[in-house]
Design a protein around this ligand. Sequence first.
Ligand SMILES: [Zn+2]
Length: 435
Amino acid sequence: MFALSVIAASNLMPRQNPAASSVHPGPHRGLRAVTRPGSTPPRAALVARGAMDETGIMNETQADTAIARAGGLYLGGRRLAFLDRARIYACGITPYDVTHLGHAATFVWVDTLARTLRLLGVEPEICRNVTDVDDVLDAAAHRAGEPYDAFAAVQQYYFDRDMAALNVRDVQHEPRAHRYVDQVIRLADGLLAAGSAYVRRGSVYFRGDSAVRDAGLDRDGALRLSAEYGGRPEDPAKDDPLDVAVWQAGEQGHPAWDSPWGQGRPGWHAECAAMALSVFCSGVDVHAGGADLRFPHHAYHAAMAEAFTGVRPYARAWLHAGTVRVGGAKMAKSAGNLVLVRDLVEGHPAAAVRLMILDRPWSEDWDYSPALLDRAGKRLEELYRAAGRTRTAPAAVAETGRLLTADLNVPAAVDLAIEEGGAAARNATAVLGLN
Ligand SMILES: [Zn+2]
């Protein structure tokens, strides 16, 4: 369906722009439309569809209506239809360190998804959690000599500051894990009642076979990822190494709460599942997060939610933003290669940082380099210059919007906006949050 929608879009594109090609080479160029010999000329095609009258006049309101009628959003190659609301769960931060470019990229994509939904007349409702009960956070707070919650609150402040700099809008729900402990206990109770969990030595474990099966992983691969992401496969209390704690029995050096199984704390995947179900009841339209969260975190989150509610699938679609690397290596504090948002926006327009993040397919892994940011800055200038032009082929406004609804195809939308200029460029600038 995605390929078809892109080909259909190609008929509306007036011409290729060699200059645009030279400033922005890359794999997404393959998505760029090519007007085929003998295909319907752009204006005639729009007139035939009733999207424009013979004079070519279509104002921006009409353009928006045309986009809304196009019917839905294509995400990850599948069409999602909405009436007027969309539930989006964005797996949020663990506030133990400053925001790096890899974190920021996910939330900029979620913000762009939300802005694109508004183009369709759909009001997005975003829940972006804060994982402030977490073993990694505990360790960082301990090193800093601060209580975990005070430490998390300070880190949260820096995160909010970086998001504001990148023009990421405030979200509707921002649950913090430490306030959802009762919901995790209810989740654990429900999973026990459903026969999907069991109690051992003060912990409640969720049976992981369904999560591993749905993720399509073999056992060895699942065990390796489980160990890498704190799943404790070696824990002898478990029936199976791939089971995970919904409720973890109390341990020295970690916060603890009372529960029917004794003192303890929520498991990571269970926290997110409890927050998502508490805010959205039985499931979500889009679940978003970094690609590295696909397994185990999102797989177990979805499996727990489905076992608890009996509603499948928990998520209609997933948006796993590609991993940001430096010189081919994943960004990590231990590797000393973190690229911080704060540093980038000090030396460059924040809109250029935002465009650098967005000017690619959202699921693609990519390498940050200063040259890439410089290129994004030049492309932003081109877009702003184009926005200052007075003439616009009216259908181009609708077409830039339509390209965004086609799997958030930012590169093609920006190419077209630069090419056509005027209202098309102003519209693209606003929708992409580059103003
Ligand atoms: Zn999560």
